[in-house]
Design a protein around this ligand. Sequence first.
Ligand SMILES: [Zn+2]
Ligand SMILES: [Zn+2]
Length: 1020
Amino acid sequence: MAVARGFRRFRLADVGSFVDAIQTERELCAALAHRETLPGATAKFEPALPAGFEALRPLLAEQRIRDLYTHQSRALRLIEAGSNLVLATPTASGKTLVYNFAALRESLADPESRSLYLFPLKALEWDQRQRLERDIAQLGQAASEIRVAIYDGDTPDSQRRKLRESPPQILITTPDMLHAGILPHHASWRAFFEGLRIVVIDELHTYRGIFGSHVAQLLRRLDRVAHFHGARSQFVAASATIANPGELATQLTGRAFEVVEESGAPQTARQLLLFRPTGSPYSLAARLFRLSVGLGLRTIAFTKARVITELIHQWVVEAEPALKHRISSYRAGFLPSERREIERQLFAGDLRGVVSTSALELGIDVGGLDVCLLVGYPGSQVATWQRAGRVGRTREAAIALIAQPDALDQYLVSHPRELTHRGFEHAVTDPNNADVAAAHLPCAATEVPLRADEAWLDSPDIRRIIDDLEDGGQLLRSETGSEWFSARTRPQRDVSLRQIGASYAISVEHPKTGKVEIIGTIGSANVFSECHEGAIYLHHGRQFLVTRLDRDERVVSVRALKSPHYTRAISEKQTEILTRERSRPGGGFRIVKGRVKVTKTITGFERRRIRGQDLLGTEPLDLPPTSFETVGIWLEFPDEIPQALETAGRHVMGGIHASEHAALSLFPLFALCDRHDVAGISYTRHPQIGHAAIFFYDGQPGGVGLAASMFDRIEILLDATCDLISDCPCDDGCPACVHSPKCGSGNRPIDKAAAVMTLRLLLAHDPLPERRETRGPLAKFPTLEGPVVQPDSPIPHRVIFFDLETQRSAQEVGGWHNAHLMRMALAVTYDTQTEQFETFHENDVHRLIERLGEADLVVGFNVISFDYAVLRGYTDAELLALPTFDMLAAIHQRLGYRLALGHLAEETLGVSKAGDGLQSLAWWKEGRVDEIERYCKQDVTLLVDLLRHASEHGHLCFRTKRGDRVRLPAPWQIPELIERAHARQGKGVNDTVRPRSRSGSQRKRSGDEAGQAVAPRTND
Ligand SMILES: [Zn+2]
Ligand SMILES: [Zn+2]
């Protein structure tokens, strides 16, 4: 009893005293890098319960709820109206109430109706069932018929049959079980599917990346099966706060959604404390934990690994044995009953502190807490605020982030606004990932034969996959041709929703009994790097030693161990460019998006100490290379950057490699990424590009669009990267800036100063220096696509006159040879077919290029050396292959010198030209785009009039240096110009005209580059 009294006395402490105590302790105070108060919000209620839910009113009384929050009642009204709904509000804002009300209302109204609840993890199901059962009991007689059941891997066989024959009104399961255990047997679940009205998807934000691609296919399969049984269901989804809940819900289900994201739930003010420890972040975390619990504050610490959870728990108990029964660790390895007990005690206040892995992050209600310690940045804003949402429900609370020595943590601590103001990330997934679709189509076909007229098959991509599956014998086409069947009866067995491709079973042998248990699977994409023999493999935060990797049987044998070490694979990687889909110039670089093939060989591994990361030794491995195709973006460097690094005496690869590491570490600021989601490779000279390059690509086969989502925003990422490295106080690189824990080449070579130089040049913060002439022809940006010209244009003599203006001067990009970096401000064309002018802004550039490709003749003034050179920043199309008449080039050829367009116009047509190129650049800087357009259009008009004059009179006029106005012979008849341009296209420039090829990589680059290819230093 004494303990209980003490507890009450302690509870009088508040967060203010915690903050005060921190400031009186030297070590804590020195590590405190930032402190601010996050304002609270008062609750917004809506008194009226929507009419359709009146029968559920007793539940409100039971939960001591007088009025619903505004977001709850808005959500219920939308559900009542039959909309698909996604509710994306903070942790503990009452999302569960909303979907439970939706399901219970259906069950009360019609006992034949059914609801399906999907949770991403088994652990979450129990909590939900309990809560539903409480609710049902509370509703009394009216709800006595309503049954709730969990159907998952733990459900005994005897019970499974019963559930199928007499399905509960509310069935709780996981996507994995729906995929492998329910949909394949839907015929025996007839009663359930016939009545299916509501599909609840909780933790929607977890269905992203490759898991999201799988779930998107799974939910389409669910829809087909429900449809087969005559049902059409309504979706009710709940998500953590993300930037795009509606978009994600639509991608996953293929349906339109209403979004409710403005929370009416109250929020107390919270103290945000950011710590940058000089020593171990874990001992600092343990110190804060003791301090907070000692003050009587209910405290939760989130760590990123089970080992750390145990370590902190152990240190706290050692330092303060009295706390032994008042604190606990909490992690995935615990039995469900143990976890329930911890949750209960925490909820009741019997426990004062918990050290947890991310296991507590998801929906389990542990009541309101006072202090949340984040030991290391949880990896996303979404996860950060979800964890932080555990505190501050009823009184002021504190959130402390203890930075680990890695780049992202350090960046956030020195840029706290990024944490408080950047906003939530996008959850990115690709519902059309071809590899995933190819895995699910045979599954769908066993459930209900695929029919040619199904809407979801109505896309060229899906049809192509079906054709491939038919060729490969996985799908069999019906004799009538209108249906496809699966060749195998249970293709579901070979498809895991958590990965792509073949998987390896992870098998652990019990040391005493010798009993073998499969604890999980790992995808073939990662098995060599994580489960090679000798690796220490983490599974749900537990350590295992890999004793054997059996490639034939696809089994990884492991045994549990406790080790103060970890291992890290050393690899060599190559990327091959398969297609280039889009490109554009950035500051001092060009960025390209396309498909790549990544080939990786694990050559050995390192053993390192967990604390301090000291290298203990390396061992070689002999494993075959693996490869996969994915989607990526890459930065192509102009040669001036490596040259500048060399001139400055810096390490070229060290600079590029370090830039890649740091940029990769900041990727999670922009999109919800997990480990393996995005990877990178650096080259001083990529054999297909002929220049230095950095690749970022999706780490999963087929890709999900994560790397590609940075195509338009790469400058923001590079800018943050440059800040991160420049601000790091280390001398020549450390884990907080340019060292990557995942580096395949052991962080060698790395040159921190060179990385800053590289990034500043890329971002054009520093001008590109003069190019040093190198031997041989000037390297050109590569051309992998064939000509854009369509020679069989049906309408003869379509002439397009064309001129463009740029955003930057030649000087600003290091000289005319970098015209491809000058960026188009706008372009104007005049089309003789439509007799119209057309203006193209930078975002229309690809349309412009297409338009030029439609012409029988493109007419410009200096178009070959200038306009096309600028456009080369955006395209790989070989513009020189276009049938082109360059008036300036023709004049130069005849006279041996050049004449200005304005001069020709004045002397030939008697009109004077307003403005010039410099004027146009100035207008661009002032944002006067209209002026540029007017000016550019005028040039095009002059061009049209000059050519017309030439074709009518056979000459133009100009004035010599001596002052004589003379004729310039101009025998320019359009049909002849076209003929000549096409003839030239056929021979003279044929070394640059290349046939269109699906895979650019199949073509050898010219011989002179082959010897210069430098073996890539690869990574991550
Ligand atoms: Zn550093
Ligand atoms: Zn690396």
